[in-house]
Design a protein around this ligand. Structure first.
Ligand code: BES
Ligand code: ZN
Length: 473
């Protein structure tokens, strides 16, 4: 885990303030430990409430990261509808049950998946995307791997390509990589692995399902950038043999896991607040930050709030198949009646809440249209009371808050990123996003998890304890 000097400094200062308040030394203004620190101005307006303290004194990043470890290391990739996601759902359900919450599974169907497996002689297996109309078989295709530079020209392939598994650097356009594949097959390749270079968000390439127009009778796989680099590293050491198999998974079911904490008394009226996080990841990615981090945060906030009474129902939802098109959240919203939608005061959606990436400078509370709502107001106000200058408001879609927003329900996405400008949007997220490198070691910061736990935890607890203007009531 990387550490972050500046964030750590802010945290220490906020702890110092909490300590001062706990001992009754209520300062008229924030301590000016660091002259000129932006923290002083941000937090001057408000003070940590007793209610905030119930949360911030107890949430522990290390506990949240233990869930991240289980999900990303013990389970690993958790593709919507496949085994890893189911095991994650069972783990999350068991954790909520241990805490004493009522837990429910909400299944829904998802489309087929084509998964390729590249197995090394030492037993190591890497998952990649398989082309649906390449060879799909559990009867393995074995061969020595060769890396061929280019591939758009038939002459790029050496005379001994016959029977080899050809690794190519994927051309960006679909039509160009189709030519690379066709040329490799013409040259006699027994299998083709296309190394993806760039992702769509400035990240390294992810695994992908190659889209071929003509059916091929050899396996054709889409590898993540790092898998291609690792393969090339191994080739530099000596011959590498791979066994390629591919599976077409059909009749898939994904699911959401819902845990409920009932209000003690409904003096705020009959309404509920949701804290949500998707549990799935993309193929080949352990998804430590995206989004075991959000699940870990949700479970840790649940552990702390379980001991307190609330005036509104509080639901925790782990969504399935977010990476496949926000499917879990869409299903969740679709099956709600209008009165049920109206009862939701706000949705706090945690997605990528603990990256260690340097350029991810703030924790954003993002709404789809950039407007403020109960969720952004509550979390920014919590940040101000806590003297936490990490939290900022912003505008972004691309996560499970979108279906709620589309149904008129106040919702926001919490995500660490860096933003240089809003118009045009120039932002930074970690390069390891959606890759096999989204691991605790390379992409999780304990300090940032702690900051997110405190701000989101205090924001959620504030709204479930308060008579806040409801959604449509
Ligand atoms: N956590 C991401 C969303 C994200 C990434 C937001 C980077 C902002 C910056 C999420 O899991 C994701 O990847 N979403 C998909 C959504 C799509 C499948 C509808 C995406 O953005 O590609
Ligand atoms: Zn995500």
């Amino acid at each position: 885990m990387k550490t972050h000097g500046p964030t750590l400094k802010k945290l220490v200062l906020s702890y110092a303030l909490v300590g001062a308040l706990a001992f009754g030394a209520l300062p008229a203004a924030m301590p000016t430990a660091e002259a000129g620190s932006p923290l002083v101005t941000t937090a001057a307006a408000a003070a940590v409430s007793g209610q905030d303290q119930k949360i911030i004194k107890r949430v522990e990043a290390a506990r949240a990261i233990e869930h991240v470890r289980y999900l990303s290391e013990e389970i690993g990739p958790r593709v919507g509808g496949l085994e890893g996601e189911k095991i994650a759902a069972d783990y999350i359900a068991a954790e909520f049950s241990k805490l004493g919450f009522e837990v429910e599974y909400q299944p829904f169907p998802v489309a087929d998946q084509y998964v390729g497996a590249a197995a090394f002689s030492d037993g190591t297996v890497w998952d990649m995307g398989a082309a649906p109309n390449g060879k799909i078989s559990n009867e393995s295709v074995s061969g020595e791997v060769i890396y061929v530079e280019g591939g758009l020209d038939a002459a790029d392939f050496p005379a001994d390509t016959q029977g080899k598994i050809v690794l190519l650097t994927r051309e960006a356009s679909t039509s160009a990589y189709r030519s690379q594949v066709a040329n490799a097959i013409d040259a006699g390749a027994a299998g083709v692995i296309l190394q993806s270079v760039n992702g769509s968000r400035g990240n390294y390439g992810s695994t992908f399902n190659p889209n071929l127009t003509t059916a091929a009778d050899v396996p054709v796989f889409g590898a993540a950038f790092i898998q291609g680099e690792w393969l090339k590293d191994q080739l530099a050491e000596g011959a590498v043999n791979l066994d390629l198999t591919a599976v077409h998974h059909t009749d898939l079911e994904s699911l959401n896991v819902i845990a409920t904490k009932k209000a003690k008394n409904k003096k705020a009226g009959d309404s509920e607040v949701l804290l949500t996080a998707h549990m799935d990841s993309v193929l080949g990615a352990p998804g430590a930050n995206d989004n075991a981090s959000g699940v870990g945060l949700m479970l840790e906030v649940a552990r702390v709030v379980k001991s307190y009474n609330t005036d509104k129902d509080l639901k925790f939802v782990a969504f399935g198949s977010e990476e496949r098109g926000l499917l879990g959240a869409r299903h969740y919203v679709d099956q709600l009646s209008q009165p049920e939608r109206d009862r939701i005061d706000g949705v706090f959606n945690a997605d990528m809440v603990a990256t260690s990436y340097d350029k991810a400078t703030h924790l954003y509370a993002m709404t789809v249209d950039g407007s403020e709502n109960l969720v952004t107001d509550a979390s920014l106000a919590a940040g101000a009371r806590l003297g936490n200058s990490d939290i900022q408001a912003g505008r972004f879609g691309s996560s499970d808050h979108v279906p709620f927003h589309n149904a008129g329900i106040p919702a926001a996405l919490f995500i660490w990123m860096g933003i240089d400008s809003w118009d045009p949007l120039v932002y930074h997220i970690e390069k390891v996003y959606h890759t096999p490198q989204d691991t605790i070691e390379d992409n999780i910061s304990e300090e940032r998890m702690q900051s997110a736990l405190e701000v989101i935890g205090a924001g959620v607890f504030d709204v479930v304890r308060k008579q806040t203007p409801g959604n449509k009531r």
